[in-house]
Design a protein around this ligand. Structure first.
Ligand code: UDP
Length: 369
């Protein structure tokens, strides 16, 4: 048996571990710093109300890739779930992502899809060449009015910098629709595991060739004796920040328990000037359950210090220059050492992308080991 060490029991670590275990011929040790597996997808029932909480913020699995959908369904019963997000703005509460209902209600019009498209096109700002940052992308797609009301303040709060410093790709994550479709995502397969993500990942790791140790920090001395290592922690931390720290935003939550129904929805974004970015009400992520009380998380965003959990890679120009230096160092350790996942690759990825890339990584390890 070839011994493999996987650092981190988040979605990346769990999928890679499971895939290698299924191939046979590998003995896999997974170590995890936190007291539980699941990474930032961790779900846990509230001890007071029994409501399943998405501890690090709402996670809805969505993909167009049938293989990835079938893959996660092997480990959990997924219940179809459509994320319908509401947005509080200074002009009122609207449906998000911006769709025909949002446009008609916001501008107090009764436009058809093609009229709305022409109308917004007339509002948009044209740039020479491709828009090359978040703000330009937004102004070129929806114009200044919707940008200012729905995106500008939220983005400054979320990312802690002006939107013109951010990549246009971040804006492109959200669709703009000229239909009444208010589904936050566009993928063919969308759902939430009935008993939460942590239970699903526990099943992934439940294999005779996988050993899991939680409360176990990574130490460089433990790699001795392993044939290959998959490291899913932050790449800058692995190299002891020798070229400096990569920029991440972290989020934190203020939890409150109440009776009945607080928001009337799973997520409310706050696009106006407030300290918080979102409020989530967790029982709506398990609508197949019935709860009299409710658990509400108010979400705030801030810069990540060494003691905080990194969430969102900022990928500003300076970060990408530092990342290049770490990636060059990582190449000197390749192929024995692989950096993977959101933190290991310093990429802003959704769960389905993690599943796809982790299956691919396991295949590549198998070919090369
Ligand atoms: N965004 C915004 N207003 C909203 C929702 C999103 O300004 O009501 C911006 C924000 O900068 C966010 C980006 O659009 O980071 C992408 O949105 P998405 O929902 O994909 O972000 P996530 O919550 O996954 O970071």
């Amino acid at each position: 048996m070839k011994k493999i060490l996987i650092v981190g029991a988040g979605l990346t670590g769990c999928v890679v571990a499971r895939e290698l275990a299924e191939y046979g011929g590998y003995s896999i040790d997974v170590i995890e710093l936190r007291p539980h597996i699941g990474g930032n997808c961790h779900t846990e029932r509230c001890p007071d109300t029994g409501i399943m909480q998405h501890i690090h913020g709402p996670h809805i699995f969505h993909t167009n890739n049938k293989e990835a959908w079938e893959y996660v369904n092997k480990f959990a019963e997924f219940i179809p779930f459509i994320n319908r997000v509401m947005a509080t703005t200074s002009a009122g509460i609207f449906s998000m992502p911006i769709n025909l209902l949002t446009i008609n209600q916001y501008f107090r019009r009764k436009m058809s899809p093609s009229e709305a498209k022409d109308f917004l096109a007339s509002q948009c700002i044209k740039f020479e060449g491709e828009p090359n940052n978040f703000e330009e992308q937004a102004l070129a797609t929806i114009g200044p009015d919707l940008y200012e009301n729905f995106f500008k303040s939220y983005t400054v709060k979320q990312w802690g910098c002006q939107p013109d410093a951010l990549s246009a790709e971040i804006f492109k994550r959200i669709p703009i629709r000229y239909t009444y479709d208010d589904n936050y995502f566009t993928d063919a397969y969308q759902g939430i595991p009935k008993f939460g993500y942590t239970e699903m990942m526990g099943r992934m790791l439940d294999h005779t060739n996988i050993k899991v140790a939680v409360n176990t920090p990574f130490d460089h001395s433990i790699v001795k004796g392993y044939y290959s290592i998959v490291y899913t922690g932050s790449i800058d931390k692995y190299f002891d920040y020798q070229y400096g720290r990569l920029g991440y935003r972290t989020v934190y939550f203020k939890k409150r328990i109440a009776e009945g129904n607080y928001l009337g929805n799973g997520v409310m974004n706050f696009c106006e000037d407030s300290l918080h970015t979102r409020i989530h009400e967790h029982k709506w992520f398990s609508p197949w359950e019935r709860h009299e009380s409710t658990v509400v998380f108010t979400e705030f965003s801030k810069e990540t210090s060494v003691i905080d959990t990194p969430y969102y890679p900022k990928r500003l120009a300076n970060d990408l220059a530092i990342l290049q230096l770490y990636n060059d160092l990582a190449k000197t350790l390749y192929p024995r050492m692989r950096f993977a996942g959101r933190l290991g690759t310093y990429r802003y990825v959704s769960m389905h992308e993690v599943v796809d890339s982790s299956i691919a990584l396991a295949r590549s390890l198998r070919r090369n080991l």
